[in-house]
Structures are given as C-alpha cells and as structure tokens.
Design a protein around this ligand. Sequence first.
Ligand SMILES: [Zn+2]
Length: 194
Amino acid sequence: MRTCSKCQEAKPFDQFSKKLNGLQPNCKPCSREIHRAWNLANREKQCAKKREYYQNNKEAALEKQKQYYAEHRDQVLAYIEKWRAERPGYAASLYVKNAERQKALARAWRKENPDLRKVQETARRARTRRLPPWADRKAMAAVYAQAKELRAMGVDCHVDHVIPLKGKTVSGLHVHTNLQILLASENLKKGVKA
Ligand SMILES: [Zn+2]
C-alpha cells in the first residue's frame, strides 16, 4: 500500500502510475483530476499554441503524414478499420452532426440574405425550371430589395413577372429582366385581365 499525497488515502501500488524511478506521489484518480484541471485552465492557451504551430508547420506535417501513410498503409488502414468496428454508429452520428451544422449554416445564410432567399423561394414556388443557371441572382435580389424598401415606405407593391412563369401560351423566365415591381392596384387589374 502507498499513501497518495493528494487525497491522503492508502491505496494498492497498482493505483499509482510508474515514473522513472518508483511511483508517482499521487494516485491515478488524483493524477487524472490534476491533469484535467490543468488542461481546463490552459485550454485556450494550448489551443492557440497548437493552431499557431499547425499554421507554421502545416506543409511539413502533411508531408510527414503522407510519408507515414505511404510506408505504413496496411497498418493505418487496419487501425482505422479496428477503430471503426469498435464504434458502431460513429459515422452515422457524424453525419447527423454535420447535417445539423449544415442546416444551421443554411438558416444563418437565409437570415442574412433575405432578398437572395426570396429569389430562391419564388423559383421553388413556381415549380418550374424557369430559373436558368445564368440568371443574375444578385440583380434579381436587388429588385426584391427595392420592393421591400418601397413597402417600408408604405407603398403597397410586390415583385411580379412581366411574362408569367406559367403562361397560357408563352412562359417567362425567372430572371431579373422579367421582373417588375407592381403596385397592388396594378396587379389587381392584371389579374382581372388574365
Ligand atoms: Zn489520491
């Protein structure tokens, strides 16, 4: 038995890690606790240090990794296979985690780009492929932004397609040259005519 210098409990020898000559003064649980507390206190510093080191040695580290892989390919693959086998569902959980992250990123993007979002939504709603890949989405977003500004000033208007996306004889494209800002009263007239 050996007394831990931290918790003062007498514990069997195997509860103490070895050091160069003899055993550590603290028992394993206490050592872990000390280590954890130290890590926590120094995490930010350590992270910054690691980041800086990585930035400065990125190419060398990558080269080293590549070389190691080339020389130990079978070992590396076996290790990955074993690691994966011991953690069933890990890939799936990673996928879910990533999907959630993607969703959050998309949400943030939509929140920051309401006018670009409007362009997309209108395209989706039309349920046609009327939005050609060459469409100038920024110019389109500008039209929606302008309409929004007008509405903010009290003008009752919205963005309309000059030639409807699903016309009876001819269908227009969802492009900025086919967009116009219509006053609510004008659109009513248009609706009656059609
Ligand atoms: Zn202890």
